[in-house]
Design a protein around this ligand. Structure first.
Ligand code: GDP
Length: 423
């Protein structure tokens, strides 16, 4: 096999209709990931269906459908290359469960492109996605102020939106001055791979150069092995094959592993990725693996696989630091929404609100408040209604982040500070 370029997982985030799909389509097209004849074919199809203006979004959907037929895992990965890296786009633009996917998928993103439409500026989901990216540990961000063609390529409008976005970034703790901003039109292809004559006032790099300027985070392969289970299949002649993505550590053939919460333990018989067998798997690998002596009922989505000598921790209770994004009224003790943590979805009860914090400085504002509401940060005690794997972020950050969902909304997101393990 040829030596591959370094790999990066990229999330494309932003408010609905701000052009994320079009943006990814354009990027794939201009970097040669989609052959020109296919684009022409899809464009013609789009025109026939009266959706000409959706041409690139159309390409994205078609690619997604084609891919979905052959893939078993629920995140459709799209690939494109720059001269320096190869990227997979880990979000599913237009996906209904986008936020949920951000938690299980984009939390694995190494960087994010935030798309903000110039005519609209910052909107509800712009805030939600920026906030989630930060909480989920995405530290590298690029902002594309998109649809510049629909804002007459106005420098003034660009600066207005840039200011608005910078304020938002500052609020959640990004250093806006370190974040590149680019005026783009995904539609027309301005400043995507090369500088556009339509924005002579913009002297910064095009998107492609900003992507090349990202840095590859080091692989967390010295941490204990953790693989959240995405699904488990029964394959005749082989047995139970869980699939999932290695978050931390290294798994080797022959190693003794334990699935939690069930505690089922066995030896790794085989590791498979891209229909090939491997002797080991490292962080970022999407694998299926077979364990001797593990039955179909011993492992399910949301479980975590780890070394038998250091199995994943199962929380009786845990303390979390959370930020409330939105809630129609107030959150009090006894509230039991669904927690999304790695691949697990578990109803958890708020047992105590220990401290209210200043969301910016983290300083304690109030001890034992009776309620918290949108905009508040807090330290809380949480009790899962059934066994759930979670780890303190200080030990295994990849397994310590969660989002709280209720009523079809992301209510809050947070990180686990400490775990009281189930005996
Ligand atoms: P998403 O929901 O964020 O994925 O947005 P889409 O990519 O589906 O785009 C929503 C609409 O905006 C579609 O009608 C696109 O054709 C349009 N659009 C996307 N990018 C641009 C752009 O750069 N300029 C203009 N004028 N329209 C755009």
């Amino acid at each position: 096999m040829m030596a591959e370029k370094p790999h990066m997982n990229l999330a494309v985030i932003g408010h609905v209709d701000h052009g994320k799909s079009t943006f990814v389509g354009r990027l794939m097209f201009e970097t040669g990931a989609v052959p020109a004849h296919l684009i022409e074919k899809y464009k013609a199809e789009a025109k026939e269906k009266g959706k000409e203006s959706f041409a690139f979004a159309w390409v994205m959907d078609t690619l997604k459908e084609e891919r979905e037929r052959g893939v078993t895992i629920d995140i459709s990965h799209k690939r494109f290359d720059t001269d320096k890296y190869y990227f997979t786009v880990v979000d599913c633009p237009g996906h209904r469960d986008f936020v949920k996917n951000m938690i299980t998928g984009a939390s694995q993103a190494d960087a994010a492109v935030l798309v903000v439409a110039a005519p609209d500026g910052v909107m509800a989901q712009t805030k939600e996605h920026v906030f989630l990216s930060r909480t989920l540990g995405i530290n590298q961000l690029i902002v594309a102020i998109n649809k510049m063609d629909a804002a007459e390529y106005s420098e003034d409008r660009y600066n207005e939106v840039k200011k608005e976005v910078s304020q938002l970034l500052g609020m959640v703790g990004f250093k806006a001055e370190d974040v590149p901003f680019i005026p783009t039109s995904a539609f027309e292809g301005d400043n995507i791979t090369k500088s556009s004559a339509n924005t002579p006032w913009y002297t910064g790099p095009a998107l492609l150069e900003c992507l090349n300027n990202l840095t590859v985070p080091s692989k967390p392969d010295t941490l204990p092995l953790r693989i959240p289970v995405q699904d488990a299949y029964t394959i005749s002649g082989i047995g139970t094959v869980p699939v999932g993505r290695v978050e931390t550590g290294i798994m080797k053939k022959g190693q003794k592993v334990t699935f939690m919460p069930s505690g089922a333990t066995g030896e790794v018989k085989s590791i498979e990725m891209h229909h090939e067998e491997w002797d080991q798997a490292v962080p970022g690998d999407n694998i299926g693996w077979n364990v001797r002596g593990i039955g179909k009922n011993d492992v399910r989505r949301g479980d975590v696989c780890g070394p038998a000598e250091k199995p994943p921790s199962v929380a009786e209770e845990f303390t979390g630091q959370i930020v409330v994004l939105q809630h129609p009224s107030a959150i009090t003790v006894g509230y039991t929404p669904v927690f999304h943590c790695h691949t697990a979805q578990t109803a958890c009860t708020l047992m105590a609100i220990n401290k209210k914090l200043d969301p910016k400085s983290g300083q304690v504002k109030e001890e034992n408040p009776t309620y918290i509401k949108a905009g508040d940060a807090a330290i809380v005690t949480i009790k899962p209604t059934r066994p759930m794997c979670i780890e303190p972020v200080s030990e295994i950050p990849q397994l310590g982040r969660f989002a709280i969902r209720d009523m079809g909304m992301t209510i809050a997101a947070g990180m686990c500070m400490s775990v009281t393990q189930k005996k």
